[in-house]
Design a protein around this ligand. Structure first.
Ligand code: PHE
Length: 439
């Protein structure tokens, strides 16, 4: 019988029927790219940290990746039926234990420590997701928070204290679109326990703090672009704030950056839910938090074209960043090594009828399961997986799906035999694990 225990990062865990962690993911937990000297993720972390003075913000870079569902979800007010909790989106060790899906999992614990007015937490996070050039099941985030205490600010006037700190922040000359009011009664409400002028001041402090980060990244990216090409014509950089929703902040905002023709969502943020402060034993504190994705920022900073590169151990990748952490001004653009040929293979199949019929008793089909099967077999030699056809048979009601898999290594040319053998394994695994019928 299979062992009911699993050893991860020097700890032993009891498995149950929630366990869904593939060995490929487990084996990468130890990599910690965000603390590897001169790794682009680590460089990006250091640049962002440089905009948050260590007198105010305490940096945490070594929190353990396996957390309880209490930390990852309940402490943050996620409802029990939130989709983020599902096995299709999250890696579970057992019913109460997951690989953290975001750095917010540590918010409540750090608020409870009550060691500083602010903090930064950088860490690896894990999500079951699609496969393409900007998604990978492991990525890195930096969480930040800044709080003020009603009991210790002059006259208990939070708004005045926050505005004073806000005025002391440096200015920038980046154009930022921010079309919405900081809060809105239906779309982005003020919390009951907060005054409007407090939340408005906190919003302004948060937005300025983050704009300074983006301005810093842009100016370093531009410098690197000019170093690579002295005729580099400055593109008009666009940044905008949009209203958002998170169970643990209100009001909430996302920051988007216009890059290579698309609006990229790079961070989520907001005024921390007062219940989190209360539950953490610091009810008189009020403040903001944000979570920023480091890969997206690093891709834009260095012009790194594919997220798989961050996991590369190839010297042609790693050598390009050496020495940068000792002298951030030596930061250069990444020079891609030659692109190897793509190898496209299609697979078409019928879903089990129980999984396509609503309310069917069988296990429900989820696209992330396909992604994981392909990733397990092809590893980092898969560039993307796209669904290109889907139809339901008019008589039988059965559903058919077609996926196109692009097998391509970043480091060498894959032979057609290799791609074929991956693809054969994928086809077999789809039948064995998902019970589909190949067409
Ligand atoms: N944890 C959120 C995410 O991963 C981002 C976030 C952090 C939002 C902090 C608000 C405050 O999407």
């Amino acid at each position: 019988t299979p062992s009911s225990k699993v050893d991860l990062q020097g700890q032993s865990y009891e498995k149950d029927d929630w366990f869904n962690l593939p060995p490929t993911i487990a084996s990468q937990i130890a990599r910690k790219l965000h603390v590897q000297k001169d790794h682009p993720i680590s460089i990006t972390r250091a640049i962002i940290e440089s905009k948050f003075p260590s007198q105010t913000y305490k940096y945490h870079n070594d929190f353990f990746p396996i957390v309880s569902t209490l930390q990852n979800f309940d402490s943050l007010g996620f409802p029990l039926d939130h989709p983020g909790r599902s096995k299709t989106d999250t890696y579970y060790i057992n019913k109460g234990t997951v690989l953290r899906t975001h750095t917010s999992a540590h918010q409540a614990d750090v608020f409870r420590r009550n060691e500083s007015e602010g903090f930064l937490i950088s860490a690896d996070v894990y999500r079951r997701d699609a496969i393409d050039r900007s998604h990978y099941p492991i990525f890195h985030q930096m969480e930040a928070a800044r709080v003020w205490d009603r009991k210790t600010v002059p006259n208990g006037d939070i708004a005045a204290a926050v505005w004073k700190d806000m005025e002391a922040l440096p200015k920038h000359n980046m154009t930022v679109e921010d079309p919405n009011p900081p809060m809105h009664p239906e779309r982005n409400p003020l919390q009951k326990k907060h005054l409007e002028d407090e939340a408005a001041a906190i919003a302004a402090h948060l937005k300025r703090s983050l704009e300074l980060v983006v301005a810093e990244i842009f100016s370093r990216a531009k410098k690197a672009a000019i170093m690579a090409n002295p005729d580099f014509a400055d593109e008009q950089l666009k940044v905008r704030w949009v209203e958002a929703y998170f169970p643990f902040t209100s009001p909430s905002w996302e920051l988007e950056i216009f890059w290579q023709g698309d609006w990229l969502e790079v961070l989520g943020s907001g005024v921390v839910a007062q219940d989190i402060m209360t539950n953490a034993g610091v009810p008189s504190q009020i403040g903001w938090a944000f979570g920023i994705g480091l890969e997206r920022i690093a891709m834009l900073l260095f012009e790194i074209p594919d997220i798989r590169l961050f996991w590369s151990q190839d010297e042609r990748f790693l050598s390009q960043f050496r020495g940068v952490m000792d002298n951030l001004d030596s930061l250069k653009r990444f020079v891609p090594f030659s692109k190897y040929p793509a190898c496209y293979k299609d697979v078409a199949f019928w879903l089990r009828s129980s999984s396509s019929a609503a309310g069917g008793g069988g296990s429900t089909f989820h696209e992330n399961d396909i992604m994981e099967i392909v990733r397990d077999i092809g590893g980092d030699n898969v560039e993307d997986v796209v669904k290109f056809d889907e139809f339901t048979h008019p008589k039988s009601g059965r559903k058919s799906l077609c996926y196109r898999i692009n097998y391509r290594s970043l480091e060498r040319t894959l032979t057609n035999e290799e791609a074929n053998s991956y693809h054969e394994e994928v086809r077999k695994a789809l039948v064995e694990k998902l019970g589909v019928e190949l067409r």
